[in-house]
Structures are given as C-alpha cells and as structure tokens.
Design a protein. Structure first.
Length: 115
C-alpha cells in the first residue's frame, strides 16, 4: 500500500544524519583543510613542489580553522573527532598523487571562500 501525504498532514523535517556521516560539502572542506595544512608545512620546509602553489600559511590556516569550527557546529562532532578525520584525510592525501589531484579544486574553493 502506498502512503500519500495529506495536504493537512504536518510537514516534518528530515531526520538528521549521523554525526559521522559528512555531506559532500563537509567532506570537501575536510579534505581541502588537510591539503592546505600539508602544503603549508611543505612550503615552510622549503619544498620546491609545494612552492609552486600560492602561499597557504595564512589563508590555508584560516580556511582550516573556519572549516573545522563549522564542521563541529554542523555535525556535533568533538574537536578530537574532527582532528581524527583530518589526520585520516591527510594520510589519504599523502598517498600517490592524491594531494596534487586535490589541490586545483581546493584552491578554487579557497578563492570562492573569500579568504
């Protein structure tokens, strides 16, 4: 039997997603935060390949901080849980060419963020 919504039936909001499930937008912010952190650290260390990217010490850090705070607010996850997700993302980005593949989109996201 199919259920039909009555025009007089109250409208309910969708159930919140579990805190561990991130939306595509949230996952992208997490990935880019980790990418900016990695590149900024490599730039500080004088890595020539990282030097090809725009300087990320200030803008990348601000993106990282704002995105992390927003993820905490949106998901209800603790700082420690977000930090753990960032570490896991950093591990993935350090494999093969994932960092270089992620950076073009992340730099575009940084530009559109207004930072």
């Amino acid at each position: 039997m199919l259920l039909q919504a009555s025009p007089l039936a109250p409208v309910t909001a969708p159930a919140p997603t579990p805190a561990s499930a991130l939306s595509l937008e949230q996952q992208t912010a997490l990935r880019c935060s980790a990418a900016f952190s990695i590149v900024a650290a490599r730039q500080r260390a004088g890595d020539a390949k990282a030097g090809a990217y725009p300087p990320l010490a200030t803008r990348g850090r601000e993106f990282f901080v704002r995105s992390s705070a927003q993820l905490i607010d949106q998901t209800g996850l603790s700082r420690e849980a977000i930090a753990q997700k960032l570490r896991a993302e950093a591990i993935l980005l350090n494999q093969a060419d994932r960092l270089d593949s992620a950076m073009p989109g992340c730099l575009l996201l940084l530009e559109t963020s207004g930072l």
